[in-house]
Design a protein around this ligand. Structure first.
Ligand SMILES: [Zn+2]
Length: 173
């Protein structure tokens, strides 16, 4: 018999959301949602303010940075934009954007419905690359923060080290 263990984090609203996500992704064969409903759910997930994203925002704010969010006019709709530093930040989920960490690869990847999620991940990776290239061409610095890196402040300090230095050098900010 197949046993599935689901760990649902967060408050009850998040739990409901996560449960919906789980079924939308891993149980498509059971037709709980129609294809259109599933697409809608996936779109919503992308546009919501995720916990990793909030962690990055909180970090930047506490270091005195002011930012804009989800600028639709820029390629890939970057999660956080620091116009003054001509920098865009993407906070990427390890699973859907194919990070090489424990979450993004190897053992933790579900072995069911690979045919469903693998092409999606590959597509995301290709699209990410394209967007980063476009932004770089337009003179933006692109910083990618992975979900797994947002759990420790130390990691964020390391990632934003140069930006913080730049800011400190500019006292008029
Ligand atoms: Zn990761």
């Amino acid at each position: 018999m197949l046993k599935i263990h689901i760990f649902i984090h967060g408050n009850s609203a998040q739990k409901t959301k996560n449960l919906i996500i789980f079924f939308a992704i891993f149980k498509p064969m059971t037709d709980i949602f129609s294809k259109e409903q599933r697409s809608k759910i996936m779109r919503n997930i992308k546009s919501q303010d995720t916990k990793p994203e909030l962690a990055v925002r909180k970090f930047l704010f506490s270091h005195g940075f002011r930012y804009r969010l989800h600028r639709k006019d820029l390629p890939g709709k970057p999660d956080i934009v620091l116009p003054k530093y001509k920098t865009v930040i993407f906070v990427n989920g390890c699973f859907w954007h194919g990070h090489g960490c424990k979450i993004g690869s190897g053992k933790r990847k579900p072995q069911t419905n690979i045919g469903y999620w693998l092409p999606k991940i590959e597509k995301n990776i290709a699209r990410d690359k394209e967007n980063y290239a476009k932004l770089t061409c337009d003179g933006w610095d692109v910083i990618v923060v992975w979900e797994c890196q947002t759990k420790k402040n130390e990691n964020l300090k390391h990632i934003f080290h140069e930006l913080i230095e730049q800011k400190n050098a500019n006292f008029s900010d």
